[in-house]
Design a protein around this ligand. Structure first.
Ligand code: HEC
Ligand code: HEC
Length: 185
């Protein structure tokens, strides 16, 4: 990925840099603001969401599911009671989705649901607010995470996040090479 960023850096004239970085951010934002991502990236409330699954807008997870401080629902009903930790086709609409990782919410500081592009952008480039990742690690994370992969291939009856893991990784590298520009708040 370092090579990819370097290649992009060398192949761009300086003036188009900022422009390309801003355009890359717009594409990244279309992904990270999509319900397949924001239904998990919900923040302090610990309440996962069911937006864009056919239950109307701004819909929280049914059955009063709360992830709690553990982020896996250990304090109440664990996510794994319904979300199996093994790869699966997810081909039955409205069945609990499963992936090859423990289904859980991200730490509260990675909240994206209901936030503006400027807010998500400044958090995503800040290691204090992005789980400690530098840009290269962030690119690595999206290419290897079963959660991100799920967002692009969620199975039957669910709209996927726009693009692909490869396109997202490439846009993050492009955005990073341009100095990770963010829109004004
Ligand atoms: C009692 C069963 C049950 C438990 C326990 C449960 N879920 Fe779910 N979950 C479901 C079902 C069923 C769906 C699918 C809803 C649909 O697609 O209509 C779902 C869907 C989701 C979605 C939406 C996925 C998407 O693509 O938008 C998220 C996010 C989610 N669950 C998070 C969690 C988290 C986090 C926990 C643990 C804190 C948890 N769930 C515990 C049954 C459960
Ligand atoms: C089922 C819940 C779930 C879904 C859906 C999900 N994530 Fe995450 N995400 C997590 C968890 C948990 C972490 C914390 C790191 C880890 O444990 O892998 C995380 C961390 C991240 C991180 C690194 C930290 C940061 O800066 O936020 C990125 C980037 C990320 N997710 C991107 C995405 C994208 C893009 C999507 C949609 C395509 C998505 N995630 C969908 C659960 C989810």
């Amino acid at each position: 990925m370092r090579l990819l960023a370097l290649f992009i850096a060398l192949s761009l004239p300086a003036a188009s840099y900022a422009q390309d970085g801003a355009a890359a951010w717009e594409r990244i934002f279309a992904v990270v603001s999509h319900p397949r991502c924001t239904n998990c990236h919900v923040g302090e409330s610990g309440r996962p969401a069911w937006d864009d699954l056919g239950y109307g807008a701004q819909r929280l997870h049914g059955m009063n599911i709360v992830a709690g401080e553990s982020r896996i629902g250990a304090e109440t009903i664990p996510c794994r009671v319904c979300h199996i930790s093994a790869e699966g086709p997810n081909d039955v609409p409205h069945a609990a989705p499963q992936i090859d990782d423990a289904w859980r919410l991200p730490p509260a500081e990675l909240a994206w649901r209901g936030k503006t592009g400027a807010e998500i952008c400044t958090a995503l480039r800040d290691p204090d607010l992005n789980d400690g990742f530098d840009m290269e690690e962030l690119v690595e994370h999206v290419t290897t995470s079963a959660f991100v992969n799920y967002g692009f291939t969620p199975g039957a009856g669910r709209s996927p996040a726009p693009g692909s893991t490869e396109a997202l990784a490439q846009d993050l590298a492009l955005w990073a090479a341009a100095g990770a520009p963010c829109p004004d708040a």
